[in-house]
Ligand binder design. Structure first.
Ligand code: ZN
Length: 134
């Protein structure tokens, strides 16, 4: 297993367009890769910051994971994504070590990444995403 960087930090927002104004107009970041990921009921946009990015996530449905997160905790940091060089290998190694996973196999992530989430009970309360990009 090789973790190479913090790929991105995922931020749950109520209104993506409205939130983007702060990050682009005030902070001067550039948004790219705006995309709806139906399976996760989210609309996302990425804002590159050097080697990492911010990912803003707005729910597309009231029962989506981001809507539920905001309902419980309000807007804010929802997950941290670590870039790995081989996600299958990483998941296999974590299973072997008895780490609790949300995703047993990789799924599609915005921007064509392959992603998998670890259970927050295994990570001191942080929803950790593994992310492999080619
Ligand atoms: Zn993410």
């Amino acid at each position: 297993m090789k973790v190479t960087r913090v790929d991105h930090v995922g931020i749950a927002v109520k209104d993506l367009e409205e939130s983007l104004k702060f990050y682009t107009e005030i902070l001067g970041l550039e948004a790219h890769g705006s995309e709806v990921v139906e399976e996760q009921k989210v609309k996302v946009a990425f804002l590159p910051c050097g080697d990492s990015e911010l990912e803003l996530l707005e729910s597309t449905a009231p029962d989506g994971p981001i809507a539920k997160y905001i309902e419980k905790k309000g807007e804010g940091i929802q997950h941290v994504a670590l870039r790995v060089d081989n996600i299958e290998e990483t998941l296999a190694e974590l299973k072997e070590k008895g780490v609790r996973l949300i995703d047993q196999t990789p799924r599609y992530g915005a921007g064509g990444a392959r992603i998998a989430f670890l259970h927050p009970k295994a990570t001191n309360g942080v929803l950790l995403e593994l992310c492999e990009r080619k």
